[in-house]
Design a protein around this ligand. Structure first.
Ligand code: NAG
Ligand code: NAG
Ligand code: NAG
Ligand code: NAG
Ligand code: NAG
Ligand code: NAG
Ligand code: NAG
Ligand code: NAG
Ligand code: NAG
Length: 875
C-alpha cells in the first residue's frame, strides 16, 4: 500500500520536475504517525512526513477518546498536536496560490487545559491569528448563531486562508503565548491553479471606483461561504478545492423574506475562466423574495454576518437566473453595509442569459465599533422592471489582511479572552435593536380627501364632465355621476363592467397643470404602480392624482382593475374616483383627496396626535363598512385583497375609506366557494390559508382586517424585524396575548387607558376571530361590522355611565374638535346631504340600513344615547 503511494508520489514529483505546477495537496492529520483515508482523501500523519514537509519541534501528540460532534472529520478531531514551544510545519511547494485550512477541535490533554490555550499562527509572513483561543472563538460563534435564532452549535472550528506563496516553502509557524500552549488538529494545503480573484474590485459607495486588491501579497481569510437557498455542500462535492458551502438560512435576517428556488437543468459558467469560482451546485439553488406574486415588495432579503471590525472585506455574490428567459424581469439593488453597491442589477443581462453562473465582487471597509456586515438585496422600483424581485445563489465573504495581519484587534491586544466574546455579543444585540427594515413599509401613502365643496356638488364639478369609455363599452352618457342624480332605474350594480362608466376624462395637459407638471414636491405617495400627487383641478378642488409608471405592465393591469372596480362602486367608505386620463401612454387616475392621509400614519411612525379609542373604533367601523359593501353590495362580491392600514384613508373628518382597488377581484360565482388565483397582497396581512392554497375568498379580507384591528390596538408595524423573533410578526404576537386574555399588556400606551375595558375585550375577541386559521371559522365582514358597532356602543355607554368626557380626544385633537362625534350611525344623514355618493349608492343604502337595523335590535340600551351622538352639524 505504502509502496503504491510512494510510487504515485514519485510519478507526481516527476511531473513537477518536468515543469508542471505543483498540483498535489498536503493533508496533515496532526498528532499521529499513521495516515488515514477520510472524505476520499488521504491524510498523512504529521510524524510520517517523508520529504514533503517537516515539523521543526514535535510537541505532544494528544488524543481524546470521545468527541461530542458527529462529523466526517471525527478521526481528525480525536487527535491533535500540542505545542508548548514554537514549531514550524514547512511544506515544499511551488510558488502560487494555496488554500490553507486549519482544523481545530479543542480538548484537554493531560495537564493542558484547552480553555487556557492561547497562540499565534503565521503562514510565511502573514499573521493568521494571534492571542487566539479556540474555545473562545467557538463559543463566540455559537452565541452569534444563537442571536440569529439558530440552535445549531458547533464544537469544532475550521479556519480557511487564501495565501500566495512566492518561494519554494510554505512555513506554518505555530507560536504559543507565554506560559500556555498551542494546538492544531489538522492542516490542509490545497493548491489553487485557476484564478479565483480579479486584480481589482469595485469599492462600495465610491461610484464603483476600482480598488486594487493586491491579493498576491495581501492574504485573505474566508469568513463565510454560503450556498444560498440550498443545503450545505460538502467538500467532496467541490472537487478540486474541497470547500464547504454552508446553508445560508441561519444567517438570514428574518428568513421568511426569502424563499428557495431550484433548477438544476442546464447551468453553465458565464465565463470559461470561472469554473473554479464555485461548483455549479451552488448555482442550482437560490433565494428569491418571498411571495413572488405579492406586489410592492418593499423589503430586503438581508443576511447579517458577524465580522471583525477594522478590515476590508471582499464580498462575492454568486448569481444564476433560473427562472426568467429574458432580461428586465428581475431587477434589484444590492446593498453592502447599508450602502448601495449596485442598482439596476439584472442577473440575466449581466450573465448573458438564463442558467448562466455569474459572480460579482465588491470591497467594503468595516470600520471600528462595527462587527456586522449586512448584505441586502431589495427592489429597485426606479428601474421600471416588470417585477421587483431579487435573487441570490451564493455568498462569500473574505477578509483582506492589513499589513500582513489577519488577526482580530482584540486578539492582537491580548484580550482575546472571554470578554471579547461577551462584548461582541452585547454589541450584536445593540445593533440588532436598531434594525428596522424588512417591514413592508407603507407605500401608497395616500390619496387624501378634501371635501371642500360637498355642500355644492354641482358647482364643484363644472360642465365638462363626461362619461369615459373603456374597452369600447360605454356608460349611460346622460349621467353625470359627480353632479346630478341618477335616475334610479338606470343604475344597476349587477357586476357588469359596462353599466356605470362615468367620471371626468382629463387631458394630460390638465393633469400637468394640476400637478405643476408632476412636481415631485407634490408627491404624497409612491407605490409599485407609480407616484401619487396632490393636485388641484380647474374648479379649485384638491384631488389625489395617481400616475402609473409608464413601463409597468403590472401597472396597466391594476389601472384597469381599479377603473373597473371603482366605476361600479360608490360608497361613503370607499375612496371615490373622480376621473382619469389615458393619453400618450400615460395612465392617470384622479381621486378625491383624503386630507388626513392613511390610518397608519395616525397610529405610529409620525408625530401626529394619537387617535382616541373612539376614533380608532370609528375608523375600523368605517373600513369594515367599506369592505362589507364590497363583499355584498354588488351581485358578485368583490374581494379587496390588499386590506391594510395604508389602504384605509381618513378624510378631513376622520371618516375612514378603503382605497386602492388595483388588486381587487370579483369574488366566486354562486356555485363556487372560492377563486383560484395567484397570491397577492401585503406582507404581514396575508391570509395564510390563501397563501397556502391560493384559494381566494372574502375571508382573506377578513383575515387582513383582523391584522388591521390588532395594529390599531398595538400601534406598531405588522412586521417589525427589529424586535425579538417572536414579536416580529404582529399577527402571531398579538394573537398569543389575546388568547391568554392579556391583550391589554401590549396595548398602545398612547391610548392612556381611555377606553372601557369591556369594549376593549370585545374588540380583541373580534380581532382574534378574524385571524382564525381557516376561513370558514372567520366571521363575515357583516358580522365583524356588527360586532364593532357593538363595541362602540359599549364604549359610549360606559362613557355616559361614568360621566367621563372623552377628555383626551377633545384636548388632544384641537384641529378636529368635532371629530369624536362623527359616528357611523349618521351615515344616512350624510348620505342624504352628500348628493354624489348617495345617489349612486342604491344597493348600498339598503344594505347599510339592514346592517344597522340588526345592530340596533341586538344592541344594548345604549341605542338611544348612541343616536343622540350623531353629529348634528350637517355638511
Ligand atoms: C513527498 O514528496 C516527495 C517529492 O517532493 C516524494 O518523493 C515523497 O514520496 C513524498 N512523500 C510523502 C510521504 O508524501
Ligand atoms: C467518553 O465517553 C464515555 C461514555 O460516553 C464516558 O464515560 C467517558 O468519561 C468519556 N471520556 C472523556 C474523556 O470524555
Ligand atoms: C520558523 O520559521 C521562521 C521563518 O520561516 C523562523 O523565523 C523561525 O525561527 C522558525 N521557527 C522554528 C522553531 O524553527
Ligand atoms: C433546533 O433543534 C430542534 C430539535 O433539536 C430541531 O428540530 C430544529 O430544526 C432546530 N432548529 C434549527 C434552526 O436548527
Ligand atoms: C428548469 O429550467 C428549465 C429551463 O432551463 C425549464 O424547462 C424547466 O421547466 C425548469 N424546471 C423547473 C422544475 O422549474
Ligand atoms: C443547454 O444550454 C445550451 C447552451 O446554453 C443550449 O445550447 C442547450 O439547448 C440547452 N439545453 C436545454 C435542454 O435547455
Ligand atoms: C480567461 O483568462 C485568460 C487568461 O487569464 C484571459 O486571456 C481571457 O481573456 C479570459 N477569458 C475570459 C472570458 O475572461
Ligand atoms: C434595504 O436596505 C437598504 C440598506 O440598508 C435600505 O437603505 C433600504 O431602505 C432597504 N429597503 C427596504 C425596502 O427596506
Ligand atoms: C443597516 O441596515 C440594517 C438592516 O436594515 C440595520 O439594522 C442597521 O442598523 C443598519 N446599519 C446602519 C449603520 O445604518
Amino acid at each position: 500500500m505504502k509502496v503504491c503511494v510512494l510510487i504515485c508520489m514519485v510519478l507526481l514529483s516527476g511531473f513537477i520536475k518536468s515543469g508542471e505546477a505543483q498540483t498535489k495537496p498536503f493533508l496533515v492529520n496532526c498528532g499521529v504517525t499513521s495516515s488515514v483515508n477520510i472524505d476520499g482523501r488521504r491524510w498523512i500523519g504529521d510524524l510520517d512526513t517523508g520529504d514533503n514537509f517537516t515539523l521543526s519541534y514535535p510537541g505532544i501528540a494528544a488524543s481524546t477518546p470521545n468527541i461530542s460532534e458527529e462529523s466526517i472529520y471525527e478521526t481528525l478531531y480525536k487527535t491533535a498536536r500540542f505545542f508548548t514551544e514554537s514549531s514550524n510545519y514547512t511544506f515544499g511547494v511551488d510558488p502560487g496560490n494555496y488554500y490553507l485550512r486549519l482544523h481545530f477541535y479543542p480538548f484537554s490533554f493531560e495537564d493542558n487545559d484547552v480553555s487556557k490555550s492561547l497562540f499565534t499562527i503565521m503562514a510565511n509572513n502573514l499573521k493568521l491569528v494571534s492571542g487566539f483561543s479556540v474555545t473562545t472563538e467557538i463559543s463566540r460563534k455559537n452565541s452569534y448563531m444563537e442571536t440569529l435564532g439558530s440552535n445549531s452549535s458547533s464544537s469544532s472550528l475550521m479556519k480557511e486562508y487564501f495565501v500566495n506563496v512566492n518561494s519554494a516553502e510554505l512555513v506554518i509557524e505555530v507560536i504559543p503565548d507565554e506560559g500556555t500552549f498551542a494546538f492544531v488538529n489538522a492542516i490542509e494545503v490545497i493548491p489553487v491553479l485557476s484564478k479565483l480573484f480579479e486584480g481589482s474590485v469595485s469599492k462600495v459607495g465610491e461610484n464603483g471606483a476600482d480598488n486594487s486588491l493586491n491579493l498576491g501579497e495581501r492574504g485573505i481569510e474566508t469568513v463565510y461561504r454560503l450556498n444560498v437557498g440550498g443545503p450545505e455542500i460538502k467538500p467532496d462535492r467541490d472537487q478540486d478545492l474541497w470547500r464547504i458551502w454552508e446553508s445560508d438560512i441561519s444567517y438570514m435576517f428574518t428568513s421568511y423574506a426569502g424563499s428557495e428556488i431550484k433548477n438544476a437543468s442546464n447551468i453553465t459558467y458565464s465565463s470559461v475562466n470561472d469554473s473554479s469560482v464555485a461548483p455549479l451546485l451552488v448555482y442550482e439553488t437560490a433565494r428569491t423574495m418571498t411571495n413572488n406574486e405579492v406586489l410592492e415588495k418593499r423589503f430586503n432579503m438581508s443576511w447579517k454576518l458577524e465580522v471583525d471590525p477594522n478590515f476590508d472585506y471582499l464580498v462575492r455574490l454568486h448569481f444564476c437566473e433560473l427562472v426568467y428567459d429574458k432580461d428586465n424581469q428581475r431587477v434589484f439593488r444590492i446593498y453592502v453595509n447599508n450602502k448601495t453597491a449596485s442598482e439596476n442589477f439584472d442577473v440575466f443581462a449581466r450573465a448573458g442569459g438564463m442558467n448562466k453562473a455569474y459572480h460579482q465582487d465588491y470591497v467594503d471597509v468595516v470600520s471600528s465599533q462595527i462587527d456586522t456586515l449586512w448584505i441586502q438585496l431589495g427592489p429597485d422600483t426606479a428601474a421600471g422592471a416588470t417585477g421587483t424581485d431579487a435573487l441570490l445563489n451564493g455568498l462569500e465573504i473574505f477578509k483582506l489582511s492589513r499589513r500582513g495581519d489577519l488577526s482580530r484587534i482584540s486578539d492582537r491586544s491580548g484580550s482575546g479572552g472571554k470578554s471579547g466574546g461577551l462584548k461582541s455579543r452585547a454589541l450584536w444585540l445593540g445593533i440588532g435593536a436598531g434594525v428596522a427594515s424588512i417591514a413592508v413599509i407603507a407605500f401608497l401613502c395616500a390619496m387624501f380627501v378634501r371635501r371642500r365643496n360637498t355642500m355644492a356638488p354641482n358647482k364643484s364639478h363644472p360642465p365638462g364632465w363626461r362619461p369615459f369609455f373603456l374597452h369600447g363599452t360605454f356608460g349611460n352618457s346622460t349621467n353625470n355621476a359627480q353632479g346630478s342624480k341618477f335616475p334610479g332605474g338606470t343604475l344597476t350594480l349587477n357586476g357588469s363592467m359596462a353599466t356605470i362608466r362615468t367620471g371626468k376624462y382629463f387631458t394630460l395637459a390638465e393633469m400637468r397643470l394640476a400637478t405643476n407638471n408632476f412636481d415631485d414636491s407634490l408627491v404624497i405617495g409612491v407605490g409599485g404602480f407609480g407616484k401619487v400627487y396632490k393636485g388641484e383641478i380647474d374648479d379649485g378642488s384638491l384631488v389625489a392624482i395617481k400616475r402609473a409608471h409608464p413601463q409597468s405592465q403590472q401597472g396597466l393591469r391594476e389601472f384597469e382593475t381599479e377603473i373597473e372596480m371603482l366605476s361600479k362602486l360608490r360608497h361613503r367608505h370607499l375612496v371615490s374616483m373622480i376621473g382619469f386620463c389615458q393619453e400618450q401612454n400615460e395612465m392617470i387616475l384622479v381621486y378625491e383627496y383624503m386630507a388626513n392621509g392613511t390610518l397608519r400614519t395616525h397610529l405610529f411612525g409620525s408625530d401626529l396626535p394619537p387617535l382616541t379609542w373612539k376614533q380608532r373604533l370609528d375608523a375600523c367601523i368605517g373600513a369594515a363598512r367599506g369592505l362589507h359593501y364590497l363583499h355584498t353590495g354588488a351581485e358578485r362580491s368583490i374581494i379587496h385583497r390588499d386590506v391594510k392600514t395604508t389602504n384605509i384613508l381618513l378624510d378631513e373628518n376622520f371618516v375612514a375609506k378603503m382605497a386602492d382597488f388595483g388588486l381587487s377581484k370579483t369574488g366566486p360565482a354562486l356555485d363556487h366557494t372560492h377563486v383560484s388565483t395567484a397570491v397577492k397582497g401585503s406582507f404581514g396581512y396575508l391570509d395564510p390559508e390563501y397563501f397556502r392554497r391560493q384559494h381566494l375568498t372574502e375571508k382573506s379580507d377578513v383575515y387582513s382586517f383582523g391584522v388591521v384591528l390588532f395594529e390599531v390596538v398595538c400601534a406598531r408595524p405588522v412586521i417589525n424585524p427589529s424586535l425579538p423573533k417572536d414579536q416580529i410578526n404582529l399577527a402571531e404576537w398579538a394573537i398569543r396575548w389575546q388568547r391568554q386574555g392579556s391583550l391589554e399588556s401590549i396595548v398602545d400606551p398612547k391610548l392612556r387607558k381611555c377606553y372601557s375595558l369591556d369594549s376593549f375585550k370585545k374588540f380583541g375577541e373580534i380581532a382574534e376571530k378574524c385571524l382564525a386559521d381557516e376561513g370558514k371559522n372567520r366571521p363575515t365582514m357583516g358580522e365583524v361590522l356588527w360586532h364593532l358597532e357593538y363595541v362602540l356602543q359599549l364604549h359610549e355607554a360606559s362613557l355616559r355611565r361614568n360621566s367621563v368626557e372623552d377628555s383626551f380626544s377633545s384636548t388632544q385633537i384641537p384641529a378636529n374638535p368635532d371629530n369624536p362625534e362623527v359616528g357611523n350611525e349618521n351615515n344616512a344623514d350624510h348620505n342624504l346631504v352628500e348628493g354624489r355618493e348617495t345617489v349612486i349608492d342604491l344597493n348600498l343604502g339598503e344594505d347599510e340600513e339592514n346592517t344597522r337595523g340588526s345592530s340596533i335590535s341586538n344592541g344594548t340600551a345604549g341605542v338611544e344615547e348612541f343616536s343622540q351622538l350623531v353629529h348634528p352639524q350637517g355638511r
